[in-house]
Design a protein around this ligand. Structure first.
Ligand code: SAH
Ligand code: SF4
Ligand code: F3S
Length: 450
């Protein structure tokens, strides 16, 4: 039997959970005979896995769809065709509106329905009608994916993502995630263990456990994230474990303790606080105050003194005064982040904060963003410089850009460049750090003496 090779182009926006979802779609499509292409003009199927978190992220998709309209027309003129699919959080939030705005789109499906992709493609090809599928279905998406992929994972790198928890029940007043990803749900430990084992077999050496609120993980038997991490650290091939994104409210004692006792759990934690102002945190509905956050950070550092912390900050939340903003800078000074992200507040349709009075004017936000970014950059540079002269265990992930160069990651997630051989990819080797670049470290592999 000969199968005609088809090709798919996938473009991913947004968070790591979308990266994971795109990988799973690629796995499924591969079993359906789709090879991946990096050139959309060659593709039979184009998928945009989208993000709705900020306005800018959502708008990018529509400009891409304009380009696809032209590519599709060119293909049709030559007698072939191209299916255009919009997946992810914009698909979930806007549904049929996407097809009204961009007629070139054939398929719209959300983060909870992408396991139905084979059926959606078949239906589209048979009927010729555009399809929108954005409900939250009752069947287990992960079970369905496992069936389709023949119980294999394909095409992973040394470091891979694994979604263990989805959705959010916290409803921060600025955020679309509870609407696009739905209610909190945790996959059973046994299902995750199996997938982690498959990843290890496929050559994965580091797994980052993912969830919109990953540390709120609780499976049907009440296993927590700490329990899950303990289980996964028994998988031989897996040398490193990470998890993201954590909510300060769910940073429990057992998880903090795991950082003290489990050598596979890396000393890096992304723990967003969004603002350093008590009042703004309340308006954001974050459910905790500043003292609680700082206390949590102290406990984490007591358990693991070299813990590198990262965070997210929203600048220009409605009603943010100069004083509130100064409080945020103060909190950053107190915590000393190894890295952090700051975002201009973006009013999102349907979220409470979009209707708050006192939206902050652009000029003020721009000025505040410049200040916060300068402070974060200085802290990141200081942290990177503090690594010079140290020897760090580096997981070598892939070939670097230059010939004979490899790229790896320190325990603190910093990219590290070294000279080395491709056969060393997948190994954790001691690297002496020699210098610091803009966002990375350079060093040399220490020869282990016999
Ligand atoms: N669950 C995570 C965050 C997920 S969204 C948490 O609670 O921390 C990732 C980041 O996007 C958030 O931490 C926040 O800083 C930013 N973000 C979310 N909504 C935003 C909005 N409306 N405008 C600007 N930034 C936003
Ligand atoms: Fe959004 Fe808040 Fe949920 Fe994070 S905790 S995903 S910021 S609503
Ligand atoms: Fe974006 Fe959806 Fe992730 S809105 S940040 S892709 S959960």
């Amino acid at each position: 039997m000969t199968t005609v090779q088809k090709s798919v182009y996938v473009k991913t926006y947004g968070c790591q959970m979308n990266v994971y979802d795109s990988d799973r779609m690629r796995d499924t499509l591969k079993t359906m005979g789709y090879a991946e292409t990096l050139a959309p003009e060659n593709a039979d199927l184009v998928i945009f896995n989208t993000c709705h978190i900020r306005e800018h992220a959502a708008e990018k998709v529509y400009s891409e769809l304009g380009r696809m309209k032209r590519l599709k027309k060119a293909k049709q003129d030559k007698g072939s065709d191209m299916l255009v699919a919009v997946a992810g959080c914009v698909a979930q939030a806007e549904g049929a509106e996407i097809i009204r705005r961009a007629k070139t789109v054939d398929l719209v499906f959300g983060p909870q329905t992408y396991h139905r992709l084979p059926d959606l493609i078949a239906r589209r090809l048979k009927t010729g009608d555009a399809i929108v599928e954005t409900e939250f279905p009752a069947e287990d998406k992960f079970d369905a994916l496992e069936q389709q992929n023949g119980h294999r994972v394909l095409n992973r790198n040394v470091s891979a993502f694994l979604t263990v928890q989805e959705g959010c029940d916290k409803f921060c007043s600025f955020c679309v995630v509870p609407y696009t990803r739905g209610a909190e749900f945790s996959r059973p430990v046994s299902q995750i263990e199996k997938e982690a084992g498959q990843l290890a077999e496929a050559g994965v050496r580091e797994i980052t456990l993912l969830g919109q609120n990953v540390n709120a993980y609780k499976d049907k038997d009440s296993a927590t994230l700490a329990d899950l991490i303990a289980k996964l650290s028994h998988i031989n091939g897996i040398k490193r474990l990470r998890y993201t994104t954590s909510h300060p409210r769910d940073m429990d004692e057992a998880l903090i303790e795991a950082h003290a006792s489990n050598p596979k759990l890396m000393p890096f934690l992304h723990l967003p606080v969004q603002s350093g102002s008590e009042r703004i945190l309340k308006e954001m509905n974050r459910g905790h105050g500043i003292d609680y956050y700082l206390d949590t950070v102290s406990k984490i550092r007591a358990a693991r003194p070299d813990m590198a912390l990262s965070g997210d900050f929203i600048v220009g939340f409605p009603g943010e005064t100069d004083e509130d903003f100064e409080d945020t800078l103060k909190l950053i000074e107190t915590v000393q982040y190894a890295s952090a992200y700051s975002f201009r507040y973006s009013p999102r349709p349907g979220t409470p904060a979009a209707d708050y009075p006192n939206q902050i004017i652009d000029e003020v936000v721009t000025e505040r963003l410049a200040r916060i970014q300068a402070l974060i950059h200085a802290q990141q540079t200081a942290f990177n410089k503090s690594c010079v002269g140290k020897t760090l265990p580096v997981l070598l992930e892939k070939a670097g850009r230059a010939e004979g160069q490899l790229m790896g990651r320190s325990p603190y997630l910093q990219p590290v460049h070294v000279s080395g051989q491709k056969t060393q990819i997948g190994a954790v080797l001691d690297v002496k750090i020699d210098s610091v670049g803009t966002n990375s470290l350079s060093g040399h592999i220490r020869v282990v003496e016999a």
